[in-house]
Design a protein around this ligand. Sequence first.
Ligand SMILES: [Zn+2]
Length: 184
Amino acid sequence: MKILDIRVLGDPVLRKETTPVEQVTDEIRTLIAEMFDTMYAAEGIGLAAPQVGRTERVAVMDVEGQRFALVNPEITAREGSSRGEEGCLSIPEVFGDVTRSSRVMVRALNEKGEEVELEGTDLLARCMQHEIDHLDGKLFIDYLSMLKRRSALSKWEKIKDDYPNFIRKVAQEKKGPHHSEGEL
Ligand SMILES: [Zn+2]
């Protein structure tokens, strides 16, 4: 088990467009395994490669027991809309309401390199959209109104010094009372 460092807001890697994976090799499977370990250690429900400093188009998630690795995911259909609170493992302790499609279809490769088509509704749909956004360099705070965004960023200003060089060391974190549920 290897826990990777999580990159936090301010690290330019979070704003980079990722590169599609040409072939799901053992190296990619190792990345996926380490991303799952890191996501569970941080008590998140989703994690995308840029959050661990990588630029492959890869994300992992485990939402209410539905566990997926998504390689090269694309949203092929969406419907409905729902508003709900989101957080992000890369912006700890900051939360905000985001409107997302309530149902999405996602086409991707799984960890064996097979093409799969997955349906997500409710929280899974939200998580899929949040993680695929990461692969396009987008963060949930981009969707907040100017005022909400300003207040989220001013909260972050007070916290960010806890993460020198934009690195969040998950393994060394003390599990405190602070609320990490719902960070993606
Ligand atoms: Zn996130």
